[in-house]
Design a protein around this ligand. Structure first.
Ligand code: COA
Length: 250
């Protein structure tokens, strides 16, 4: 069976752990199993001093199409939601090591919001950040309803998270949501080089600096849970179910 999440430690970049999304046939949509593997990798990094930085990468032209809609539909039909998504969000929030991401192409739903928990995000010009939560009868997740207004202001947050407008790499950059834009051919190398450079820095000083910049996590943690409560209820709503069924029928 193909592993949909690959965990690598490239020799050329000591101290870097890479979480690679590897489900291109489904646009790297995340299943519960994929979340669990990513959570495990983030926990591993916290407990292993040889890992100093974790980097997220997708496949060519696609970072991630977000949560697997079939999994959403299963919950809408009365199935169990599991704890995998919330566990992953907690692992992002409590990661003790810097997180870097390299986005090329589609970044939908959590494919966009996971970058909000990264310290440096690189993206290619053809990248598209989009969170169609409301169109799916859902609400924002991953603390995005708190982070995006703080970073980008209400109007851009509303455009992204409520109106479901796609943001180009340039727009995401202008909004302060990503660090920089690099050419398509360079995204992987540039992301790994960025992570590799961070991994050479004095880890304790970097850890303290990162914690100072991130500040108190209490409000963000609370917001993630508040969003999750609404999200769980919305998943079981008639409007969400209709949206998932429409997607699955296409
Ligand atoms: N969950 C499950 N399957 C998904 C998926 C998702 N989030 N996104 C894409 N796929 C699947 C498609 O069903 C299709 O599968 P198939 O070949 O077996 O039919 C395959 O991936 C390719 O996707 P396709 O829609 O043909 O590619 P596209 O380039 O035309 O469109 C997207 C790409 C991402 C715009 C479109 O697939 C989409 O809107 N996906 C849903 C995104 C979403 O709503 N995510 C949840 C956010 S909260």
């Amino acid at each position: 069976m193909t592993e949909h999440i690959l965990i690598e430690r490239p020799e050329a970049y000591p101290g870097v752990q890479v979480i690679l999304f590897n489900r291109p046939e489904k646009k790297n949509a995340f299943t519960r199993d994929m979340y669990a593997r990513m959570t495990n990798a983030l926990h591993m990094a916290n407990g292993d001093e040889r890992i100093r930085v974790t980097a997220f990468l997708g496949t060519e032209g696609c970072f991630s199409a977000g949560n697997d809609v079939a999994d959403f539909l299963a919950v809408a039909m009365g199935g169990n939601m599991g704890t995998e998504v919330l566990d992953f969000l907690a692992a992002l929030l409590h990661s003790e090591k810097p997180l870097v991401s390299g986005v090329d192409g589609l970044a939908v739903g959590i494919g966009t919001t996971l970058n909000l928990h990264c310290d440096l995000t690189l993206a290619t010009p053809r990248s598209l950040f989009k969170t169609p939560f409301v169109d799916l009868g859902l609400v924002p997740e991953a603390g995005s309803s708190l982070i995006v207004p703080n970073v980008a202001g209400h109007q851009r947050a509303f455009a992204l998270l409520a109106a479901g407008e796609g943001f180009s790499a340039e727009e995401a950059h202008a909004a302060g949501l990503i660090w920089k834009i690099v050419p398509e051919a360079e995204i992987e190398a540039a992301t790994l080089a960025t992570a590799g450079k961070l991994a050479t820095k004095p880890p304790e000083a970097l850890k303290i600096t990162r914690a100072l910049l991130r500040g108190d996590k209490t409000a963000l943690s609370r917001r993630i849970h508040e969003e999750a409560r609404h999200f769980g209820e919305r998943l079981r709503s008639a409007e969400a179910r209709a949206a998932f069924e429409a997607f699955m029928r296409r």
